[in-house]
Design a binder for this molecule. Structure first.
Ligand code: AMP
Length: 131
């Protein structure tokens, strides 16, 4: 059975899309810890990020870097932080989080409350900067 993230990449479940190529897909996290919090996934179903072969993992990181550059262009931040957990969704993903301070990467607290319109606006801005 397809994972929820496969269904998102296939357009079967709606998302706030940020970027896509033939191998990877990026979209806003629905429960962001910071504005612009984005997930990068491989279209191929792999549960654990570190089971991805080296060459593909390299391409995934290069794709994530392009997403991070687009985030930096539209969101005020010192850095784009990167996290990998995968405890909730069994489809490998990289969290890309625009941060001003260390605590912006805290996953255990209350998430931001952003409307669908706000998420849509942020996704559009990042998407327009993606090169
Ligand atoms: P984890 O697997 O622990 O890395 O966490 C999964 C992440 O996916 C969480 O930050 C969720 O908010 C996010 N998430 C789960 N379902 C969706 C969805 N349908 N759209 C966007 N983000 C999601």
């Amino acid at each position: 059975m397809a994972t929820i993230f496969s269904k998102i990449a296939a357009g079967e479940i709606p998302c706030h899309k940020v970027a896509e190529n033939e191998e990877f897909f990026a979209f806003l996290d629905i429960n962001p810890v910071a504005v612009g919090h984005t997930l990068v996934i491989p279209k191929k179903e792999v549960d654990y990020l570190f089971d991805i072969d080296d060459a593909m993992l390299g391409r995934m990181m290069a794709f994530a870097k392009r997403v991070a550059r687009a985030q930096e262009a539209v969101i005020t931040c010192k850095r784009v932080g990167l996290a990998v957990m995968g405890l909730e969704v069994p489809h490998a993903h990289i969290h890309l989080i625009p941060i001003q301070k260390e605590s912006d990467m805290y996953f255990g607290g209350a998430k931001l409350k952003l409307s669908a319109e706000e998420l849509d606006k942020i996704a559009t801005q990042i998407r327009n900067e993606f090169k």
